[in-house]
Design a protein around this ligand. Structure first.
Ligand code: PLP
Length: 240
C-alpha cells in the first residue's frame, strides 16, 4: 500500500513510471484504459501526460468534474473518455445529453432497453455512440452484464439501432486472488466475440475485447483482450 505521507512529487514519479512501464510491455495492438475511479484530476493528468490516451470512468459526477478540469489545461492530445461503470444505477445521468457528448464509448451496455435509450438520446444530438456489450462471463447473479447465452440475440437487436454502434465486448469476470482462475472466463468471452465477428453483421464491428484489470490483464491479453482497464497498477491502492 502506498502511503498517505508521500510527497506529490514522489506520487507523480510513480504514476509516470508505472504508465511508461505498462505501455512498454503491452503488445502494440492492446489499448490501455486508465481506470480512474476515486483519483484526482492531478493524478489523472500525470497519467495522461505520461501516455494514457483513454480514461475509464465509473461515475458520471466524477467524470464530469475531471473532464472539466482536464479540458482547461492546454494539451495537444485529445483524451478519450469511456464509461465503464454500472449503467443500471447511473442510467439517468449517462443519458443526459451533455454527458453523452462527453463519452466516446460506453463499455457496459447489458440490455436492449439501455442501448435503445442511448440511441434515442444520441439521435437528438446527432451522435452515434460506440458501445460494447458487457458480458457476465461468470454468470454471477449479483453482477452487471448479460448472460453469455443471451449475447447473440442482444447483438442482433442492437444492430438495428441507428445511433449506437456496437464495437465489441467487455467483461469483468469473477474476482479471484489468483488471476489464473480468470482464464476460463476470458476464453469464454473471446469465443463469443469471435462467434459474433463471424456473423459479419451490418452496423456491428467486433473490434474491441475489453477485459483484464491490474491483477489479470496479462492473462486477459494471452486470451485475446485488446483493451485492458488498469487502475491500481497505475495509481496505487485505492483508499477504502
Ligand atoms: C476499477 C475498475 C477497473 C480497474 O481495476 P484495478 O484492479 O484497480 O486495476 C477495471 N474495470 C472496471 C470496470 C473497474 O471498475
Amino acid at each position: 500500500m502506498r502511503s498517505w505521507f508521500m510527497t506529490d512529487e514522489k506520487k507523480t514519479e510513480i504514476i509516470r513510471d508505472q504508465v511508461r512501464r505498462i505501455l512498454e510491455e503491452l503488445p502494440p495492438e492492446v489499448t490501455l484504459i486508465a481506470a480512474a475511479k476515486g483519483r484526482t484530476a492531478e493524478e489523472i493528468n500525470v497519467a495522461v501526460q505520461s501516455g494514457v490516451a483513454i480514461i475509464g470512468e465509473n461515475y458520471v459526477s466524477e467524470a464530469k468534474q475531471i473532464y472539466q478540469q482536464l479540458s482547461k489545461r492546454k494539451t495537444e492530445k485529445r483524451i478519450q473518455w469511456h464509461f465503464i461503470g454500472v449503467l443500471g444505477k447511473a442510467k439517468h445521468d449517462v443519458l443526459r445529453q451533455k454527458n453523452l457528448r462527453m463519452f466516446d464509448m460506453i463499455e457496459t451496455v447489458d440490455s436492449f432497453e439501455l442501448a435503445e435509450a442511448i440511441s434515442e438520446q444520441c439521435g437528438k444530438i446527432g451522435k452515434t455512440m460506440p458501445i460494447l456489450i458487457e458480458v457476465n462471463s461468470g454468470e454471477e447473479p449479483q453482477k452487471a452484464g448479460i448472460l453469455p447465452e443471451q449475447v447473440e440475440q442482444l447483438v442482433l437487436d442492437i444492430a438495428d439501432l441507428s445511433n449506437v454502434r456496437l464495437m465489441g465486448l467487455m467483461t469483468m469476470g469473477p474476482r479471484f486472488g489468483d488471476p489464473e482462475n480468470s482464464r476460463p472466463y476470458f476464453i469464454k468471452t473471446k469465443k463469443l466475440y469471435e462467434r459474433i465477428k463471424s456473423l459479419d453483421l451490418e452496423n456491428v464491428e467486433m473490434n474491441y475485447l475489453s477485459m483484464g484489470m491490474t491483477n489479470s490483464y496479462k492473462i486477459a491479453i494471452e486470451e485475446g483482450a485488446n483493451m485492458v482497464r488498469i487502475g491500481t497498477k497505475i495509481f496505487g491502492e485505492r483508499k477504502a
